[in-house]
Design a protein around this ligand. Structure first.
Ligand SMILES: CC(C)(COP(=O)(O)OP(=O)(O)OC[C@H]1O[C@@H](n2cnc3c(N)ncnc32)[C@H](O)[C@@H]1OP(=O)(O)O)[C@@H](O)C(=O)NCCC(=O)NCCS
Length: 197
């Protein structure tokens, strides 16, 4: 199977992500287009969306999965990113290295388990390697079992675990992957990428 991936520029991408997030009931707080614009405006980023046919109407192609990755730097000033970098400091080397953060992503329920998220991840890794990134990091929670299982299959390694004081399901798990050429060679998905306006 060939996966169809769209790569979006900032403004259109922010609106598309805001739209698709409406389909994800399990996200407690959805990202708005403004939040996405503010986060990505002054940094390297990639906004990807996978598209696939509707089961009942194969002639209609719809967005089914998405992923946003962006650069994080040692000297972040935006409070959330500053906090993230501080928490990662002992686990991820920032000095003279380009570090990518896998910020948000997901697949609509009816299309899960069909390889869309692997395809998006592999495409983002090809882009990141070409852009000179050394490592990609991601944060999740203990209770996000689907995401943890997926990151396991995608060979992310746990670099930090922050236990929640009262509810271990809420504990934070930080994972990372070094972006070597071996990683690119291990890719399995076949993809067609279209750059959207
Ligand atoms: C996690 C999620 C993105 C996976 O998307 P997907 O499109 O179904 O993933 P894929 O089909 O590309 O699967 C990629 C790999 O992960 C594995 N995988 C997928 N879901 C899994 C699960 N629930 N448990 C274990 N492994 C899983 C697949 O078997 C596949 O492995 P393989 O390629 O080696 O065979 C999707 O389930 C989702 O959106 N979940 C809700 C989002 C969420 O939990 N967010 C938490 C915030 S961090």
């Amino acid at each position: 199977m060939e996966y169809l991936i769209k790569q979006y520029p900032l403004e259109t991408g922010a609106l598309e992500i805001q739209y698709i997030e409406e389909y994800f009931g399990e996200f407690p707080r959805k990202k708005t287009a403004t939040e996405i614009l503010d986060r990505l405006r002054d940094r390297e980023f990639l906004i990807l969306m996978a598209e696939a046919p509707l089961r009942d109407d194969p002639g209609t192609i719809v967005p089914v999965a998405f992923k946003i990755v962006h650069e994080i730097r040692q000297d972040e000033s935006e409070p959330k990113l500053k906090d993230l970098v501080t928490r990662l400091r002992d686990s991820v080397e920032f000095e003279d290295r380009k570090v990518l953060y896998s910020w948000v992503g997901g697949t609509r329920r009816d299309w899960r388990g069909q390889g869309h998220f692997r395809a998006l991840t592999e495409e983002s890794e090809v882009w990141a390697h070409a852009a000179g990134f050394h490592e990609v990091v991601v944060k999740t929670k203990n209770r996000y079992y689907d995401m943890r299982g997926t990151l396991d299959q995608l060979e992310f390694n746990v670099v930090k675990y922050e236990i929640h004081p009262t509810d271990n399901r809420e504990s934070k798990v930080y994972l990372s992957k070094r972006l070597t050429s071996d990683v690119l060679r291990s890719h399995t998905s076949s993809r067609r990428v279209v750059v959207a306006d």
